[in-house]
Ligand binder design. Structure first.
Ligand code: V47
Length: 391
């Protein structure tokens, strides 16, 4: 680097550099300096500091900070799971403005999977089945439980991640039992983990505008608190890139951080980029920079979450791979046949094989680790693609 006619080292440059693993970190935005110091000292960032992170134009500086935290927590690992999503029905009593997946009973595109179709959707090589359904009033809670029973009876080794907090609250209402009883029955049927869906964004303003009939923050958090209290793990999501403000995104993340302090039951956080599809709350999906920023900010604010997912279905494969350097450590799974985002025309391929996941993680310079639903290691892939299975 040349300045004023003399050659200088990076460390002499206008910006402070910090070092980890021998590599210099360059942070250009001076408003990030005190935050970077706090992060390195293991101090928690505040709401206001969350806003500073979102307002910076120094995306590389932000990425360096998030990556530093990611590597401190999970080293060079990039996680994935061999999974499949099952959507027993897309019939839903709700009419959320952002959702292309839900159909009314009379819609020709409405589907309800038969028992045979549910079993046929599973196969022995799956580690996890992720069930997300619509709220279908034609089914009793027993029929939703039956989906879990069918999978466990045919494939006892498959871990079931089901249903979202929204569905759980619905089951409690139609069955006239408590949320805890619903969760206990799900656990007895074989569920190990509750997916993070249905959180959308914890804002009454946005809820009233986009999903007025869906549960709000308090109930969503209560369901997860109760799940954790009976030994179930869960994930958390944020739907971003529609009409929410950055203040609402930060508030959302801090509410999750607060519950995690209380229960330690969350496994991962998944920022979900809104896909406009035909609902078009906004014309275009969030920009690539916004995807990276949201991933990085979540990594920095959620200091008590071990895992941040770059969900390739919404981000696309390329961005998911870049996000593995902006705080994310996981790209979710092979998915099988994902329908929710594809109903909204997400552009990534419908099926993604294990090999593709491994190469995507490796191309990002990370070490591919195949995991189960609870982040136990299933296999570690070395550079020659030999698999070391870890017992
Ligand atoms: O709750 C609906 C979102 C969620 C759209 O726990 C949309 O590991 C974008 O929860 N554009 C369901 N998002 C998916 C989900 C999930 C996904 C991956 C991993 C995990 C996990 C959970 O999908 C819904 C809603 O927030 N969604 N419509 C849309 N147009």
């Amino acid at each position: 680097m040349i300045r004023d006619g003399r050659s200088i080292k990076l460390s002499d440059s206008l910006y402070p550099t910090h070092s980890y693993g021998g590599a210099p970190i360059l942070i250009k935005d001076s408003s990030l300096f005190p935050l970077w110091k706090k992060v390195q000292d293991g101090q928690r960032l505040t709401f206001e500091e969350g806003l500073v992170l979102f307002s910076t134009d120094d995306i590389l500086g932000l990425g360096h900070m998030a990556n530093w935290v990611k590597e401190k927590k999970t080293g060079n690992h990039g996680f994935f799971v061999v999974n499949r999503q099952i959507n027993p029905t897309n019939i839903c009593v709700l009419s959320c403005r952002f959702c292309d997946f839900a159909k009314k009973k009379t819609d020709p595109a409405a589907t309800v999977m038969s028992d045979d179709a549910i079993v046929a959707a599973c196969s022995p090589e799956l580690t996890e089945v992720h069930i997300v359904s619509g709220l279908y009033s034609g089914w009793r809670f027993d029929q939703y439980l039956n989906v879990i029973h069918l999978i466990k009876a045919n494939y006892p080794h498959i871990q079931v991640k089901a249903y979202t907090a929204v569905e759980i609250e619905f089951f409690a209402r139609i069955e006239k039992i408590s949320i805890k009883e619903v969760l206990e029955k799900m656990k007895a049927a074989g569920v190990v983990c509750i997916p993070g869906g249905g959180a959308e964004v914890f804002s009454e303003r946005v809820r009233k505008a986009l999903f007025p009939f869906k549960i709000g923050a308090r109930t969503w958090l209560d369901v997860h608190r109760t799940a954790h209290s009976i030994g179930l793990k869960s994930n958390a999501t944020l739907l971003y890139g529609h009409m929410e403000t950055v203040e609402e995104r930060v508030t959302h993340m801090l509410k999750l951080r607060e519950l995690q302090d209380e229960t330690h039951g969350f496994l991962s956080f998944i920022p979900l980029a809104y896909q406009p599809g035909t609902t078009k709350v906004v014309e275009r999906p969030a920009s690539a920079l916004d995807d990276l920023k949201t991933t990085a900010v979540s990594r920095l604010l959620l200091d008590n979450f071990v895992h941040i997912k770059a969900y390739w279905v919404t981000m696309g494969e390329q961005m998911a791979s870049v996000a593995l350097h902006f705080g994310a450590d996981d790209i979710d799974g092979t998915i099988g046949e994902e329908k929710i985002m594809h109903a909204a025309r997400a552009s990534s391929p419908v099926a993604m094989a294990r090999e593709r996941m491994v190469s995507l993680i490796r191309e990002a310079g990370r070490h591919p680790i195949e995991r189960d639903a609870l982040y136990n290691v299933v296999a570690s892939y070395d550079e020659a693609d030999r698999v070391a299975v870890i017992p």
